[in-house]
Design a binder for this molecule. Structure first.
Ligand SMILES: Nc1ncnc2c1ncn2[C@@H]1O[C@H](COP(=O)(O)OP(=O)(O)OP(=O)(O)O)[C@@H](O)[C@H]1O
Ligand SMILES: [Mg+2]
Length: 476
């Protein structure tokens, strides 16, 4: 009782209670796990055979199944296949008293999330795994709730945010989407401008018509003109056929003009006329064609400055920005970071088929503290990279890039005191720092040698034997 009471409250509230099914023919194991996880507040059911387990799976939804491999009759691997069929989101932990390489490989191939050996720390290992899953469950449920709310609000479920600023943007999207007014989206790179443009299109009456994107910054002036307005055969060298422009292709729908701030002044005049008149004239044609297109423009430039310095026409700016939407940088809405990080974790975890259940509290803290100059895109890339590198059950500090983890390696610490290391007021955990440096060197050498271990050991000037020792120590 004492032990339960002194558990840190914070950890407890961060978890969602899980519904767990324990399957083992050894009743003592079932009992032990049942008591352990009930004490932690989870709902636990037990089954002593695979058949009994299947019956339970048919009538109830479980978050986690913990199953023995060898049982009389059908075995744990067969149960795993069944679970993947009836309840694919359920987390599956296999435990075994007789570990063999074959079973381990079969387990991973069949989609088991963890494979745990029955030894003295079985309970601790399972407890860690279950805690990881249940923390993730809470996030899943919250993200699920927010997603439903957002779908109600915007009709979209891939654009997330719970900060007040993002919420008011969602409201704005909902209000302006149905009308055909032009929208100008501004915001730093990676803040979600394109995502918002799509959301607007998909929530408008134009949703069935095309949504076409053009990156105005990617084309030289003459090419941009032919892309946008089209051309007639023979209008210029290389114009071998009549070609429709994007304005015509987007007829009835939406044209998303990205990086509009990079458009030349001449093109700006031409675009202004099209917006004014609702007609385009393909290059080389004498005829104007009516087009009904909603234009949504975006830029990461500061328009006031561009206009003041004569690089952007004020009249065009007013035409485009009937509804201005300014997306805040991620560092100004840090409360969205955990939500987005979990969202990307879910996405990449699935596509990379990795059993990573969450993000460690320290890693999450660093993600929340970092400034994200590349905004949501940088966060997305960071999570993807971390999942690829991570060998443990959750994203840890070690799989974050140094700039985010805040780890200054031995050679990168600025030499301020002649020793090359600055020790902060609160001191440092020497053993941990050294171990971390070891891990990084081993990982870096492996990367440089394309995984060839003998070469990696040479790079570090150590024997192959010690290399193996360190690699094993750090699970690499
Ligand atoms: N609120 C959000 N919820 C979920 N994913 C998001 C969100 N905002 C951005 N993203 C993701 O981040 C990435 C960058 O978003 P997007 O391409 O829309 O940014 P952008 O502002 O157009 O960037 P750039 O200026 O560099 O073109 C995309 O993969 C997008 O799906
Ligand atoms: Mg973009």
């Amino acid at each position: 009782m004492q032990a339960t009471k002194s558990m840190p409250r914070e950890k407890e509230t961060a978890r969602e209670m899980a519904h767990i099914l324990v399957v083992d023919d050894e009743r003592s194991i079932c009992e032990l796990l049942e008591i352990t996880f009930r004490k932690e507040g989870h709902r636990v059911e037990v089954a002593n055979t695979v058949d009994a387990a299947k019956r339970k799976l048919d009538s109830q939804i479980f978050d986690i199944v913990i199953s023995d491999v060898r049982m009389p009759g059908a075995d744990g691997l067969e149960l795993l296949k069944y679970v993947k069929e009836v309840s694919p989101n359920c987390f599956f932990l296999l435990i075994t008293g007789v570990p063999t390489v074959d079973t381990a490989i079969a387990a991973i191939n069949a989609g088991a999330d963890r494979y745990v050996i029955k030894d003295h720390d079985l309970v601790d290992q399972l407890r860690r795994a279950v805690n990881g899953v249940s923390e993730n469950l809470k996030w899943k449920k919250e993200a699920g709730y927010l997603r439903r709310e957002l779908r109600r609000l915007t009709g979209l479920d891939n654009i997330l945010g719970q900060s007040p600023r993002m919420r008011s943007i969602f409201e704005l999207i909902q209000t302006v989407a149905p009308q055909s007014s032009r929208v100008l989206i501004t915001g730093e790179s990676g803040t979600g401008k394109e995502l918002v443009a799509r959301a607007i299109h998909e929530n408008s009456s134009r949703a069935q018509a095309p949504f076409i994107t053009i990156n105005c910054g990617a084309f030289p002036e003459s090419l941009l003109e032919s892309e946008l307005f089209g051309y007639m055969k023979g209008a210029f060298t290389g114009a071998n056929e009549n070609r429709q422009g994007l304005f015509q292709a987007a007829h009835g729908g939406t044209l998303f003009m990205d990086e509009i701030g990079n458009m030349s002044l001449t093109m700006q005049v031409k675009l202004y006329r099209v917006l004014q008149e609702g007609k385009v004239r393909p290059i080389g044609s004498t005829e104007e064609i009516d087009v009904d297109v909603r234009v949504i423009a975006a830029t990461n430039k500061d328009f006031e400055k561009e206009i003041a310095e004569g690089r952007f026409r004020e009249d065009l700016y007013y035409r485009l920005s009937v509804i201005p939407i300014q997306l805040p940088p991620l560092r100004e809405r840090r409360e969205d970071i955990p939500l987005l990080a979990r969202h990307f974790l879910e996405r990449f975890r699935k596509s990379m088929e990795k059993g990573i259940a969450g993000i460690s509290p320290e890693a999450l803290k660093r993600l929340e503290a970092y400034d994200w100059p590349g905004n949501v895109r940088e966060l997305e890339n960071t999570v993807e990279r971390a999942i690829a590198l991570e060998s443990g059950p959750e994203i840890s500090l070690g799989s974050l890039p140094d700039r985010i983890a805040g780890y200054a390696g031995p050679s990168s610490v600025a030499a301020t005191n002649g020793h090359g290391f600055a020790i902060p007021e609160e001191g440092v955990d020497f053993e941990k720092e050294i171990a971390e440096a070891e891990r990084r060197y081993i990982a870096a050498a492996l990367e440089k040698s394309d995984g060839v271990r003998t070469r990696a050991s040479e790079l570090l000037h150590i024997t192959y034997r010690s290399f193996r020792h360190y690699a094993k120590k750090h699970n690499l």
